[in-house]
Design a protein around this ligand. Structure first.
Ligand code: HEC
Length: 270
């Protein structure tokens, strides 16, 4: 079940913490956790964020430069929110962002990765948390991993982060899982590269178009156009908000496409 924290409460909590968010999300903050199959919902309470500290990244993948942030440690705060005894192996961390971006990663990796919820860039001008050019993009929180290589795709780096859920990914994204096992590989590729922005049967990100409901993407886009689009979206639309998916080769794309097409026969009832 989804729980929403009103934006007004979010602002109060933010003020209590001494944070002044320049941009408030209209979506509010929510979180929930499934531990050992028991559905237990938790409210993310930003006043409980602990361990305010300064961290330095020799290379920040967003700015592509060295950066220093004020930040809260992720592991300590996940344990504080969700309990020190969260069962690591079977859970995923699902990140909710103000713009509908919704990436996920394994909780076990997240706990081991020494992540930080950055909320203040030391390069920001007086009275701001972020440089003006990126304030609307990065606030309120940006997740960084000072010890993880920038290219490591197992670690997601969401910004505009507003909520965290601990859940099995196969529960959160159940509606997107293909009935036939032969499409699982395509689903896994889709899940790690596309679903943080796009949804399948309404499961996944809300930053980009849905791919199956009511019409399947393969019912109105040709295979070759999808292939060309993902390599260079701006060759179709000069203003496209989708980044080129350069990590996907043709063999991966064949699997993703077969999965996408197979979902035609697996639509939600409404
Ligand atoms: C970072 C977010 C993001 C990711 C990741 C992403 N997309 Fe997109 N995609 C978008 C956005 C936003 C649009 C909306 C149209 C635009 O801006 O061009 C879009 C549009 C599309 C479209 C055109 C659909 C339409 O009718 O407009 C296709 C096809 C597509 N994406 C395929 C993919 C596939 C396949 C993947 C994974 C390999 C993927 N995208 C990953 C953001 C993303």
């Amino acid at each position: 079940m989804r729980k929403y924290l009103e934006p007004a409460i979010m602002i109060c909590l933010a003020l209590a913490l001494g944070l002044t968010f320049k941009q408030e999300s209209s979506e509010g903050v929510k979180d929930s956790v499934v531990v050992n199959g028991n559905d237990t919902s938790w409210r993310l309470d930003v006043t409980k964020l602990q361990g305010d500290t300064l961290i330095h990244l020799p290379f920040d993948p967003y700015f592509k430069a060295p950066k220093t942030y004020k930040a809260f440690p992720l592991t300590a705060n996940l344990k504080a929110f969700f309990g020190a005894d969260i069962k690591e192996e079977s859970l995923d961390v699902i990140f909710e962002c103000a713009d509908g971006y919704k990436p996920h990663m394994s909780l076990e990796k997240a706990l081991a990765g020494n992540g930080y919820l950055a909320y203040h860039d030391l390069a920001a001008s007086e009275g701001s948390h972020w440089p003006d050019s990126v304030a609307g993009t990065l606030a309120p929180f940006y997740l960084v991993w000072p010890d993880v290589e920038a290219g490591n795709k197992d670690y997601v780096r969401p910004y505009a982060l507003i909520g965290i859920e601990l859940k099995k990914a196969e529960v959160e994204f159940a509606a997107a899982i293909p009935r036939l096992a032969k499409h699982m590989e395509g689903y896994d590729l889709f899940s790690s590269t596309c679903m943080k922005c796009h949804s399948m049967n309404k499961a996944g990100g809300a930053k980009a178009p849905e791919f199956n409901f009511p019409k399947n993407i393969t019912e109105y886009w040709t295979k070759e156009n999808i292939w060309a689009f993902i390599q260079d979206p701006t060759s179709f639309r000069y203003s496209s908000q989708m980044p080129a998916m350069t990590s996907i080769d043709r063999a991966d794309f064949e699997k993703i496409y077969a999965y996408l097409e197979s979902m035609k026969t697996q639509k939600p009832s409404e």
